[in-house]
Design a protein. Structure first.
Length: 285
């Protein structure tokens, strides 16, 4: 908190949920300029963007024109001195949610060597400005805890591609702007745990319950009974006849809190099992 906030001269910042302040918008634009546009904005009047020169910038601009703003592509031109002011003007006129769309779109469509640093900078800005949103991998989701983000990103770097894909898909479904799919986000989260358990146990057909039992019987991975039973019950919730996977009930009471809990919890469980497997010298494949 600043001096003025601590002593009540200005109101303290509150969580920005479904909103973006001018200061947050400014800082995100400055980050875009620093990490994505910096090489072109200094003396940009002499910069030509096409497939031969500044190829990466050209394809980003083309993607923004064609897929993000849905403008006529013949209005793009190849002079950065004309493209840049248009992007800046539009960025400042976008509603709050489209600002986050814009930043996310740049991350996903611009193969820049400093992409990871840019994402880290954006998360730092979002935290400083008390935004309720953060990047997880290359997707912005409604989540605030740095520990939660760390667990998810760490789990996405597991040595098992199926685990990583399930968690990535879970976060994408959770982050879907127009119609977030909480039901299938939860399914993908628990499927990541299931995929890991199958890999550790060496049986590609086992369910989560069976995999955990195999680990216990083998005596190589020790899981506290209460923790094991908790995950078995959560898995049962997603698998029984009235659960997530079968989709037999019409009314969906699931919300973002349920999906975030499952994504974070399953990511943490993935990390936990991987650590246990490494201690027991189990070869993950």
């Amino acid at each position: 908190m600043s001096f003025s906030e601590r002593y009540g001269y200005v109101p303290p910042k509150s969580i920005q949920h479904q909103a973006i302040s001018d200061s947050l918008r400014t800082k995100l634009w400055n980050a875009l300029c620093e990490f994505c546009f910096h090489d072109y904005t200094s003396g940009y009047g002499r910069i030509t963007i096409d497939e031969q020169y500044n190829t990466k910038l050209y394809f980003l601009a083309k993607a923004l024109w064609n897929c993000f703003f849905c403008w006529e592509i013949d209005t793009l031109g190849n002079e950065w001195s004309k493209v840049y002011p248009v992007l800046k003007k539009q960025f400042w006129e976008l509603p709050w949610n489209r600002v986050l769309d814009f930043v996310e779109f740049v991350v996903q469509n611009y193969s820049h060597k400093k992409k990871a640093v840019f994402i880290k900078k954006c998360n730092q800005i979002l935290e400083e400005e008390f935004s309720a949103y953060r990047f997880v991998s290359e997707t912005i989701i409604d989540i605030t805890s740095e520990l939660e983000i760390h667990e998810i990103e760490k789990a996405m770097e597991s040595p098992i591609s199926a685990v990583n894909e399930h968690l990535k898909r879970s976060s994408e479904l959770l982050a879907e702007r127009r119609r977030p799919d909480y039901r299938n986000s939860i399914k993908e989260s628990i499927s990541a745990v299931e995929a890991l358990c199958r890999s550790i146990s060496g049986n590609p057909k086992q369910t989560l319950n069976g995999a955990l039992e195999s680990l216990e019987k083998g005596g190589v991975v020790k899981i506290h009974p209460s923790l094991k039973n908790a995950f078995i019950k959560i898995y049962a919730f997603t698998s029984d006849e009235s659960g997530i996977r079968h989709s037999l009930f019409d009314e969906d009471n699931l919300d973002s809190e349920d999906a975030v809990f499952m994504l974070v919890g399953c990511s943490a469980f993935v990390n936990y099992l991987l650590a246990k497997a490494r201690k027991s010298r189990i070869k993950i494949k």
